[in-house]
Design a protein around this ligand. Structure first.
Ligand SMILES: NC(=O)c1ccc[n+]([C@@H]2O[C@H](COP(=O)([O-])OP(=O)(O)OC[C@H]3O[C@@H](n4cnc5c(N)ncnc54)[C@H](OP(=O)(O)O)[C@@H]3O)[C@@H](O)[C@H]2O)c1
Length: 331
């Protein structure tokens, strides 16, 4: 485990050289994304942050933006409104960022929720959580890759369930559309596995960009209650039974933000950024080199060694082909 003390010590070294100068946060209106923005801004560095969020989050986020500008006047927050569960909207937001920036150092992806309850689709026909946690994230990544390639120490971080991939992924019904084939737990494993296989492929093709798929551990953000069906029996069972059980083990918002700031800036993952004297991170291929890092809640790299060889052989190509079909109209 990378201790909180080591993390704070590393984050204390962040300066204008090692910090991202342009960052895009998708999902930064609450939870892990918001905690990480706060931690980044509090370092006092010069940074421009595109905070992407839906219309309803604009008012509550205004107070946050004001608080941040008091903490650090060198930080510029650009509210970028859009409904990112829609791929057409994701594309529009990417075009906006591309029209304004020549590079992006950090793409930080956290939008999503635990999809307990019945399957609900966006107007584009994708299950909402699947679109937020997988398709929209991959579309942001593909659109912004040229800007990431032109940046210093570029990183893509997808916060979901890195290290929790499974070979039980359903390859015959990748979007879990068949009647009776959808469930909250199944969907989470499905989307997490898809994140890892596709990010690994993109990491392989883009060796100058560091990719991280991480698991945040338990953080009390209300994430399990965010779905379109917050009053389903499963949602209530989880709320009444699981939340009180896990709350003593949750990371505080402060520690969660610092742990993700560490992942955003430390050279432990891929060798670029704030110098790291501990053990260098090992990528998903088992090498101490750049690539995709599967990072657990202790900020350790895991290999998912039992499942990844099988997924590479049997799932990665099928998932990528399917992803290309879904994303093609929006590229
Ligand atoms: N928290 C945990 O303990 C935990 C554990 C394991 C995995 N995860 C996963 O890690 C990621 C980050 O978790 P978190 O707790 O930081 O998440 P969160 O605070 O609950 O939500 C993150 C973001 O998702 C956006 N979002 C939710 N539903 C949306 C929708 N229908 N359309 C558009 N945006 C939507 C939220 O926007 P609004 O602010 O506008 O609602 C928010 O910005 C999620 O994918 C989560 O499933 C979390």
């Amino acid at each position: 485990m990378v201790s909180f003390e080591e993390i704070k010590a590393s984050n204390a070294l962040i300066d204008d050289v090692t910090s991202p100068s342009v960052a895009v946060f998708v999902g930064g209106t609450s939870g892990v994304g918001k905690f990480t923005i706060k931690a980044l801004v509090a370092t006092g560095v010069r940074v421009r942050i595109y905070l992407v969020g839906r219309k309803g989050s604009k008012e509550p986020i205004n107070a946050f933006t004001q608080e941040l500008s008091t903490i650090n006047p060198k930080a510029e927050l650009i509210w970028t409104e859009g409904e990112v569960s829609l791929l057409a909207e994701t594309k529009r937001i990417c075009e906006f960022i591309k029209s304004r920036e020549s590079h992006v150092n950090l793409l930080f992806l956290t939008a999503g929720y635990a999809p307990f309850g019945t399957r609900k689709e966006t107007a584009e026909g994708l299950e909402i959580a699947g679109s937020l946690e997988y398709y929209s994230r991959m579309l942001f990544t593909l659109h912004l890759l040229p800007l990431l390639q032109d940046a210093e120490a570029p990183k893509v971080i997808s916060v979901s369930a890195g290290g929790k991939e499974a070979t039980t992924i359903d390859l015959d019904d990748i979007d879990l559309k068949r009647p009776g084939n959808f469930g909250g737990f199944k969907a989470q494993v499905q989307y997490a596995t898809m994140n890892t296989t596709t990010l690994e492929k993109l990491a392989d093709e883009n060796p100058t960009v560091t990719f991280i798929h991480s698991f945040p551990g338990w953080v009390n953000t209300g994430n399990m209650r965010r779905g379109p069906d917050p009053n389903s029996i499963t949602a209530w069972l989880l709320r009444l039974a699981l939340e009180p059980l896990i709350s003593p083990f949750c990371f505080s918002s402060e520690e969660s933000g610092q742990r993700y700031l560490f992942q955003c800036t430390s050279s432990a993952f891929g060798g670029r950024g704030v110098s790291w004297k501990g053990e260098p991170g090992t990528n998903s291929l088992g090498k101490q080199a750049d690539g995709l890092f599967l990072v657990n809640d202790k900020c350790e790299c895991t290999l998912s060694a039992k499942v990844m060889p099988i997924l590479r052989e049997k799932a990665q190509g099928k998932i990528w082909d399917h992803t290309q079909e879904v994303l093609a109209p929006y590229l």
